[in-house]
Design a binder for this molecule. Structure first.
Ligand code: HEC
Length: 717
C-alpha cells in the first residue's frame, strides 16, 4: 500500500477546520460525549424499528391456493398447517464470542401436491405458503428479533415457493419407494423473489406423501441479514432451510379448505418452580428494572421487565446477556479505573442468575409479582433551564437522513454570563431522533446564526457533519445517543457561557415512512456568574480535548473489489462528503507520525491501531471516552505507557456501538505536563457485513471507522 503524501499547500486552507475538528480550539469542551458519533452513525436505522412493533405474532395461520384440475389417474396430497409438516432454518450464530448453530421451526404451512401415477413427469406442486411469523426457536428474544428486525414478518408474514422444475422423478410411480429429487423454483421472502434449488427425497403411499427437502440461501440475497445485533450476535450469511412435508391424501372432490386462515395457537410460556425471589429478584430490581420498565425505560421496547413472569419467560437469555456482560450495558472492564455510577454486575451476581437459569428459571412467586426499580443508576440533573425548540421541527421524507441545527438561548438576566453545571438532551420523537451534538457558539457568531436560521422556511438549518458555522470558536459541549445520560459536573466546576453566547443543537433525524414533529429539549443546570461572585465562590472551567488515532483496515485476501483500493475509497469519501473529508485519514496518520504501511496490517479480519500523544490539558482527570463505529472490537486508553507510572484509564474488551458512555473516574488522577496517552483500537472486518468489500479508513460513514478519544480535566485552582 502506498502512502500518498498530501502537499502542505493542499491542506493549509482546511487546517483551520481541522484544528477545530481536532479540538485545539475547543477550550471549553465539557462533555465530549459523542462528538462525532452522529456523523459516524448513519446507523442502520432498522436496528431501532422493532422498538415500536408489537411483541407477538400478528398472523397465526396460513392458506394456500388449491389445485382443482386433478385427473382420474392422479392423486391429490395436501399439506395442512399444524400437522406434521415443518420448515426449519438453521444459521451459524456467533454470540458474545462463542459460535453455535441456531434454528427455528414453523409448522404453519400449506400447499397442494398432485402426483400423476401414469406419467410422474406430469406431477405438480402448487404454491407452498409458509407462515414465517410463527418461526419458533429456543429463544423468545431471537424469535422477536427475527419477526421485527430481519424477516420483518409482522409486515411480510408469508414466504411462498413456486416450483418451476423437478428432476429425478421415476418413470413409474411406485408406492413406498423413495425418489431422490431436485426441485427448482422461485422463493419469495420478505420482498425479494429469487430462484432456489432444493434437494432431498420423497416417498408416497396411498394416503400420504412424505418429503424432506433442503437448500442453503444467502440472507443478503433476500435482504434479511446477515444479522448483527448491537455487537452481541452475528450470524453467517448462509442460512439452511429444511422442509419436512407430510401431505395427506385428499379426495379429488373434497372441498377446498376454508380460504379463511387456518390459525394455529402460538405456544404460551410456562413457568416452573425455582429459586427466584431471594437471589435473582434483588439483582434485577437493582440493575435492570429502571431501564426495562414499560413506564419509561430506555430498554423497555426491546424487552419489558415489569413482573417476575417477564423474567422467567426468557431466563436463559437473561443468563446469556449478563454472562456476556452485554447487560447491564457497562462496557468498561475491571482493568479500567474505578468509575462513578458503575452499575455492572459482580461475578457473584452473574453466577446467581446463571444458576437460576440453568435450574430451569422457575419462580417461587406468582408470575404477576411486580418488580420494583432500585435506586437511580444515574445522577439526575437539576432542571434549572429546560429549553425546547422555538417550534417543533418537521422534516421531509426526501431527506431520510436529516441533520438539523437549531439555535437556543440560555437566560442570562444579569448579563454577565452563565455557568453550565449540567447538560442533558431529552429526545421527544424517539423513533426518528438518532443523536444530538450540542455546540457553544460565541456571541461573534450570532450574525451568521441569524442569517441561516429559518432561511429555508423551517426552523434551524441543515448541518451535515458539524454545525455548518464558519464563525471561529464554535465547539462541542455535549451530546446524546441512545444510552447517554445527563452530564453533571462536580461542585465548583462548570462550563462558562459568556454574555450573548448561543447554544446550537444538531439533531440527526432518520425517517423511514413518516416525519412526526419533534420537540426534543435541552436541559441545563445553571448558575449565573453574578450569583457566583456574590457568593464569593470561584468556578473552574472544565477543559476537554479529543485525540485522533488512525484507522486503516485493508480488505482480507479473500475480499476483492474496486473499493479494496485505498485511493478509490478516498475518492468515494470525497464524493459523499466533499470538503476536507478525503484528507482526514492522511492527516490523522501524519499526527501520529506514521504512514499507511505502519497501520494497515491485518490479523485474520482484525486490524489494530495505536498512537501515543502528549497530554494537552492538565489537572484532575474528569472523564474519558472512546469512540469507534460498528467494526469496533476493543478499545484501550493508557496513561504514561511503558513508564513506572503506567496506568490503564479505560479498557473496553468488547466494543459496543450502542453504549458509548463517557466514564468519570472516582480516583484522583492528576494529568501533568509531560504525561502522554496511548490510544489503542481494535476492529474486526467481519463484525459488519459489507455488500461490497471496502478498504476501511478514518471517516464519517458507517462503512468508515474512527479511533477517537476524549479526555477532560479540571484544572488546578
Ligand atoms: C442503562 C439502561 C439498561 C440497563 C441498566 C439494562 N438494560 Fe437491558 N437493554 C437496554 C437497552 C436500551 C436495550 C436495547 C438496545 C440494545 O439492544 O442494545 C436493552 C436490551 C436488553 C435485552 C434484549 C437483547 C436483545 O438482543 O434483544 C435484554 C434481554 C436485556 N436488555 C436484559 C437486561 C438485564 C437482564 C439487565 C440487568 C442485569 C439489563 N438489561 C439492564 C437498556 C438497559
Amino acid at each position: 500500500m502506498r502512502c500518498r503524501r498530501v502537499p502542505y499547500a493542499a491542506i493549509s486552507p482546511i487546517l483551520d477546520v481541522m484544528k477545530a475538528f481536532v479540538g485545539l480550539k475547543w477550550v471549553r469542551v465539557g462533555a465530549f460525549a459523542l462528538v462525532l458519533i452522529g456523523v459516524a452513525a448513519l446507523v442502520t436505522k432498522d436496528q431501532w424499528d422493532w422498538f415500536f412493533e408489537p411483541d407477538d405474532a400478528q398472523t397465526t395461520g396460513v392458506s394456500a391456493p388449491t389445485i382443482d384440475d386433478v385427473g382420474d389417474s392422479e392423486r391429490l396430497y395436501r399439506i395442512s398447517p399444524g400437522a406434521d409438516s415443518s420448515v426449519t432454518y438453521t444459521v451459524q450464530e456467533r454470540l458474545a464470542g462463542t459460535s453455535k448453530s441456531a434454528s427455528g421451526t414453523t409448522d404453519v404451512l400449506a400447499g397442494d401436491i398432485v402426483v400423476n401415477l401414469e406419467d410422474p413427469s406430469l406431477s405438480r406442486v402448487g404454491t407452498i405458503v409458509v407462515n414465517v411469523e410463527m418461526f419458533e426457536s429456543d429463544s423468545r428474544l431471537r424469535d422477536k428479533r427475527i419477526r421485527h428486525d430481519f424477516l420483518e414478518s409482522t409486515h411480510f408474514p408469508f414466504a411462498t415457493f413456486e416450483m418451476t422444475e423437478v428432476e429425478g422423478l421415476p418413470d413409474a410411480a411406485t408406492d413406498g419407494r423413495p425418489s431422490a429429487l431436485t426441485i427448482t423454483g422461485d422463493l419469495t421472502l420478505k420482498e425479494t423473489t429469487a430462484p432456489v434449488t432444493f434437494t432431498g427425497q420423497a416417498t408416497m403411499d396411498e394416503d400420504k406423501l412424505s418429503a424432506t427437502m433442503s437448500t442453503t440461501l444467502l440472507m443478503s440475497e433476500f435482504d434479511i441479514g446477515p444479522i448483527n445485533i448491537a455487537g452481541l450476535v452475528h450470524t453467517s450469511n448462509e442460512i439452511e432451510m429444511d422442509f419436512v412435508l407430510e401431505a395427506d391424501r385428499v379426495a379429488l372432490d373434497s372441498a377446498a379448505p376454508d380460504e379463511s386462515e387456518l390459525a394455529v395457537a402460538p405456544s404460551l410460556p410456562e413457568h416452573g418452580e425455582g429459586n427466584f425471589s431471594e437471589g435473582v429478584q434483588p439483582i434485577l430490581e437493582a440493575r435492570c428494572v429502571s431501564c426495562h420498565t414499560t413506564v419509561d425505560g430506555p430498554g423497555s421496547s426491546t424487552w419489558a421487565l415489569d413482573t417476575a413472569g417477564d423474567a422467567a419467560e426468557i431466563a436463559e437469555d437473561i443468563a446469556l446477556v449478563t454472562q456476556s456482560r452485554y447487560m447491564p450495558p457497562w462496557p468498561a472492564s475491571d482493568m479500567s479505573l474505578k468509575f462513578e455510577h458503575d452499575y455492572s454486575l459482580t461475578g457473584e451476581q452473574v453466577t446467581t442468575i446463571a444458576q437460576w437459569a440453568e435450574s430451569g428459571g422457575g419462580l417461587d412467586v406468582p408470575p404477576d409479582t411486580k418488580l420494583e426499580a432500585g435506586d437511580d443508576l444515574f445522577e439526575p440533573i437539576q432542571r434549572d433551564q429546560v429549553v425546547p425548540p422555538a417550534d417543533p421541527y418537521i422534516g421531509s421524507l426526501d431527506r431520510p437522513d436529516d441533520y438539523r441545527c437549531q439555535v437556543h438561548e440560555i437566560a442570562d438576566p444579569e448579563g454577565n454570563g452563565t455557568w453550565l453545571k449540567g447538560i442533558a438532551f431529552e429526545p421527544d420523537a424517539t423513533e426518528i431522533v438518532h443523536h444530538s451534538i450540542i455546540y457553544r457558539v460565541p456571541e461573534s457568531g450570532r450574525a451568521e446564526v441569524e442569517r441561516l436560521d429559518g432561511a429555508d422556511g423551517s426552523p434551524g438549518w441543515t448541518c451535515f457533519g458539524l454545525s455548518n458555522l464558519q464563525s471561529p470558536g464554535v465547539g462541542s459541549i455535549g451530546g446524546w445517543a441512545p444510552g447517554q445520560q445527563p452530564t453533571v459536573y462536580p461542585d465548583g466546576v462548570g462550563l462558562y457561557l459568556a454574555p450573548g453566547d448561543l447554544i446550537v443543537n444538531q439533531i440527526h433525524y432518520h425517517y423511514d415512512d413518516s416525519t412526526p414533529p419533534d420537540s426534543s429539549e435541552l436541559v441545563f443546570d445553571t448558575i449565573s456568574e453574578a450569583e457566583i461572585s456574590a457568593s464569593g465562590e470561584t468556578m473552574r472551567s472544565i477543559r476537554g480535548r479529543s485525540y485522533l488515532t488512525p484507522a486503516e483496515g485493508p480488505c482480507t485476501p479473500e475480499e476483492v473489489g474496486p473499493l479494496c483500493d485505498r485511493d478509490a475509497v478516498l475518492d468515494d469519501i470525497d464524493q459523499k462528503y466533499g470538503g476536507v473529508a478525503r484528507y482526514i485519514p492522511n492527516f490523522v496518520l501524519g499526527r501520529c507520525g506514521g504512514t499507511v504501511d505502519d497501520y494497515d496490517d491485518l490479523d485474520g479480519s482484525v486490524f489494530y491501531s495505536a498512537c501515543e500523544l502528549p497530554a494537552g490539558d492538565f489537572g484532575k482527570l474528569r472523564s474519558v471516552l472512546g469512540h469507534m463505529h460498528e467494526f469496533g472490537k476493543a478499545y484501550r486508553m493508557t496513561l504514561n505507557p511503558g513508564t513506572p507510572d503506567e496506568r490503564i484509564l479505560l479498557d473496553i474488551p468488547t466494543w459496543s456501538f450502542e453504549w458509548q458512555l463517557y466514564y468519570v473516574p472516582t480516583e484522583d488522577i492528576t494529568i501533568k505536563p509531560g504525561d502522554s496517552y496511548l490510544f489503542e483500537c481494535w476492529w474486526d472486518r467481519s463484525l459488519v457485513y459489507m455488500e461490497e468489500p471496502r478498504y476501511i479508513t478514518w471517516n464519517e460513514g458507517t462503512v468508515d471507522e474512527m479511533c477517537f478519544s476524549g479526555v477532560s480535566v479540571v484544572p488546578e485552582k
